[in-house]
Ligand binder design. Structure first.
Ligand SMILES: Cc1cc2nc3c(=O)[nH]c(=O)nc-3n(C[C@H](O)[C@H](O)[C@H](O)COP(=O)(O)OP(=O)(O)OC[C@H]3O[C@@H](n4cnc5c(N)ncnc54)[C@H](O)[C@@H]3O)c2cc1C
Length: 336
């Protein structure tokens, strides 16, 4: 049998990463598995260049920088990362070890902490292959670098918080921004809607995207008014589709874990209904649940401490204080 890890964390988003650090702090071996190619979850995949203002200790921090800090903190304990992997099967072996099968390999672990957030997510597309074909050629679903859009003519499609946030964030950077939305009601904060209409962004309601043109790169977008069918052609350098994301819990729902809609039901110890299986972060559901990074961090710490106590009943769940721990790796202790 391959190495048996003390703790395996499914999902390397912010909560999984902090959980990996905490697992190391408790002297346990840890492996992280994620279906994406990069760790960081929603922060890295959906909003790497947005500021976060409600993480304790930082008055503001850019998402990708927070991911970097979390990685540094976790890496002090050398967690094993398995990226680009989808788990397919879950079973208990006779000796209580959990066996996980992925599309790549088998994993063995004494406990499992599920930190899969929204599930494996992908952007909602227009659904027209002629438009989808422009992905990477001027059509994108997220902004990975604001600088790349400097001086560009930008078309944003969508009427939710993400679309409006990007329109407002990119207004001083882009040359011109048009935002189209298929309705006249926005699913965004009232404050953002007011700011949008007060900005230089050209807002067109009841408009949808019909076609994109351009040889190597998109140069024109054809939009239409869904009330009158009137068409308009816009010269564009970049099109940002913010139509939301579709997420999929995949095979997790077949493993016997108790779900409430798309969330995993946990108790105050972050235990699921299955032995040695815990859940933390956006995916977990309990009384008073708030889907926030800070609450997820706390849940990860609780899950790890009770997993430690499960694996080694002699070990207390309460870890003691990190400020007095002698087992901290030098990389962390030196910085202190
Ligand atoms: C635009 C935007 C702005 C936000 N701003 C804030 C903010 O200011 N403050 C705040 O507190 N929160 C904010 N949030 C919410 C915050 O991002 C989430 O609460 C946080 O990401 C949850 O972390 P997580 O680790 O639980 O899940 P996620 O970040 O969703 O990470 C889950 C990880 O699990 C992986 N995964 C999922 N399913 C599987 C599977 N089956 N197999 C393998 N891997 C899997 C995913 O690929 C992903 O990497 C914002 C969210 C968005 C979309």
């Amino acid at each position: 049998m391959d190495t048996v890890y003390d703790v395996t964390i499914l999902g390397a988003g912010p909560v999984g990463l902090f959980g990996a650090f905490y697992t190391g702090l408790r002297g346990c071996s840890v492996k992280l598995i994620d279906s994406l190619a990069e760790p960081g979850g929603q922060l890295a995949a959906l909003y790497p260049e947005k500021y976060i203002y409600d993480v304790a200790g930082f008055s503001k921090i850019m998402s990708k920088d927070l991911v970097q800090r979390l990685l540094e903190q976790a890496q002090a304990f050398n967690p094993t990362f398995c990226l680009n992997e989808f788990l397919t099967e879950f079973s208990y072996l006779d000796n209580k070890i959990i066996r996980l099968q992925s599309n790549v390999q088998e994993h063995f672990t004494r406990s499992l902490i599920i930190c899969t957030g929204l599930g494996a997510f992908s952007p909602r597309k227009i659904g027209d292959p002629r438009i989808d074909a422009y992905e990477g050629r001027g059509l994108s679903y997220i902004v990975t670098s604001k600088e790349e859009l400097r001086g560009k003519r930008l078309l944003i499609v969508g009427g939710g918080d993400t679309a409006l946030d990007w329109a407002l964030n990119l207004e001083p950077i882009a040359k011109a921004i048009t935002l189209i939305h298929r309705r006249d009601r926005f699913r965004a904060h009232e404050h953002s809607v007011n700011q949008l209409f007060a900005s230089s962004v050209d807002v067109k309601t009841f408009y949808e995207l019909r076609a994109l043109h351009g040889q190597e790169w998109v140069t024109e977008a054809v939009i239409f008014n869904n009330q009158t069918n009137e068409e308009e052609t816009l010269g564009v350098d970049h099109v940002l589709l913010n139509l939301g994301f579709v997420s999929d819990m995949g095979p997790l729902k077949n493993w016997g874990i108790r779900f409430r809609k798309n969330s995993i039901v946990v108790n105050a110890r972050m235990e699921t209904n299955l032995p040695a299986v815990y859940a933390a972060g956006d995916v977990s559901d309990h009384a008073g649940k708030l889907k926030l990074i800070v609450t997820g961090f706390g849940e990860a710490a609780v899950a790890v401490n009770f997993a430690k106590n499960y694996i080694d009943p002699e070990a207390k769940a309460f870890p003691g204080h990190s400020s007095t721990m002698s087992a901290l790796p030098l990389t962390l202790a030196k910085r202190g």
